[in-house]
Design a protein around this ligand. Structure first.
Ligand SMILES: *Cc1c(COP(=O)(O)O)cnc(C)c1O
Length: 427
């Protein structure tokens, strides 16, 4: 899927149906302890700025599917071949989800059952590899995910990982190093995808390196999958043997995973998800994935995806003006990685000050040295309807909070005001 430019001028974002489906009143009466916690969380989300790059606000329709009676249903297996009775509606909804995923991403096959992004990666490895095989993936210090060889994760325990990195000056993937490592280590699979790389992987080049090494190419597109759905990022589907993804990041669906692949790997992938790595699918989540895929296929979603990237670019430039050093000098995605070092503050202190001021984000590895940076994303604030001026304003609030300027209470009040003027679920 090519990267398209949005129609100009951008139409307003379509309004989500905004009433929350949950009846907090009933829950609070029956169980004040848990109900009170959920109410407090709703309040936290609507009074602070959600800048965690992996988070978003799902629509009330997605929340309704998650809270539906399909949550009660057991449905081991696949549509038409279940181990339980009474699966008529479970089959119907999974077929809709698969049909929509295949059409949205132009894939030959989709498995929509993985419980999470990590479960999807586990199943992809299970389908293609044997324990002890060598895998080449982005090194964890450069932005690789836990499932890319972390010692405490199944991946690091069961496979031999070799890690490629980024050029320390540009922050960009060093493809010459990837190719050299592939020649030297002869991996069985090469993984491209990261938790913090703000640029597009060159999927064509990864394909070429994988072909030369006789390796499978696995794209772990957990982060950019929503940008890909909206035509705002290039698609790995034409290049990768297997594409793993989450459905809850920019894609704005329920927490969960998904795998796309070509027809000839489809049976191996399906068997690797069930029965190898999972039991019964969570059918309420599968239904919510179907709803999210439907939303992502609507024209308004392409507007949203392009706006998320435009907002991240505004944010990157504004953070640079605030004195942060922005990794790779900017972004092509929803992710901005910034080093607060030039402001005389380390990333952990920066995050603490930002949390106190109501701006919620993560720290992450920086492409150079041992210092960490802050990672933020524009998916959630864009769903809330914020605009480019809001991004510039958030960047100046981030700068003031990290520098420890002014009174923390005043900053917190201003952040609360911004969040409350743009409620994720009005009403
Ligand atoms: C988020 C992410 C995952 C894992 O997703 P979970 O749903 O948290 O298990 C895997 N790989 C990458 C690159 C990710 O960004």
């Amino acid at each position: 899927m090519p990267v398209t430019t949005p129609a100009a001028p951008a139409p307003p974002l379509p309004a989500l149906d905004t009433a929350l489906p949950q009846d907090f009143g009933a829950l609070l009466r029956q169980d004040p302890e848990v109900g009170g916690i959920l109410l407090a969380e709703a309040g936290r989300q609507s009074s602070t700025l959600q800048l965690i790059a992996a988070e978003n606000f799902t629509s009330p329709a997605v929340l309704a599917a998650l809270g539906s009676p399909l949550a009660n249903k057991y449905a081991e297996g696949y549509p038409g071949a279940r181990h339980h009775g009474g699966c008529e509606q479970a089959d119907a909804v999974e077929r809709v989800a698969v049909r929509r995923a295949v059409s949205l991403f132009g894939a030959e096959h989709a498995n929509v059952q993985p419980h999470s992004g990590s479960s999807a990666v586990l199943a992809a490895y299970a389908a293609l590899l044997r324990p002890g095989d060598t895998v080449l993936a982005m090194g964890l210090p450069s932005g690789g995910h836990l499932t890319h060889g972390a010692p405490g994760n199944f991946s690091g325990r069961w496979f031999e990982f070799a890690g490629y990195g980024v050029d320390p000056d540009s922050g960009l993937i060093d493809y010459a190093q990837v190719r050299a490592l592939a020649r030297a280590r002869r991996p069985k699979a090469i993984v491209c995808g990261s938790i913090s790389y703000p640029r597009h992987p060159d999927y064509e080049q990864f394909r070429d390196i994988a072909d030369e090494a006789g390796a499978y190419l696995i794209a772990d597109a957990a982060h950019p999958m929503g940008l890909i759905a909206g035509g705002a990022a290039p698609s790995p589907v034409p290049y990768a043997d297997v594409v793993c993804a989450t459905t809850h990041k920019v894609l704005r669906g329920p927490r969960g995973g998904m795998i796309l692949c070509g027809a000839e790997l489809s049976e191996r992938i399906d068997r690797a998800v069930f029965p190898f790595t999972q039991g019964g699918a969570q059918m309420h989540t599968v239904a919510a994935k179907a709803v999210a895929f439907g939303e992502a296929a609507a024209p308004g979603f392409a507007v949203y995806a392009h706006r998320v990237v435009a907002h991240a670019r505004v944010m990157a430039a504004a953070l640079e003006a605030e004195g942060f050093e922005v990794a790779t000098g900017g972004t092509d995605t929803h992710i901005v990685v910034a080093d607060p070092g030039p402001l005389g503050v380390d990333a952990r202190t920066a995050r603490e000050r930002l949390t106190a001021a109501g701006m919620v984000l993560d720290t992450c590895a920086l492409p150079y040295g041992d210092a960490r940076g802050i990672r933020l994303g524009t998916a959630a604030v864009t769903t809330q309807g914020m605009d480019e001026d809001d991004m510039t304003r958030i960047a100046s609030l981030l700068g003031a909070a990290v520098r420890g300027e002014g009174d923390a209470g005043g900053l917190r009040d201003e952040v609360r005001g911004m969040a409350e003027r743009n409620p994720p679920y009005p009403g």
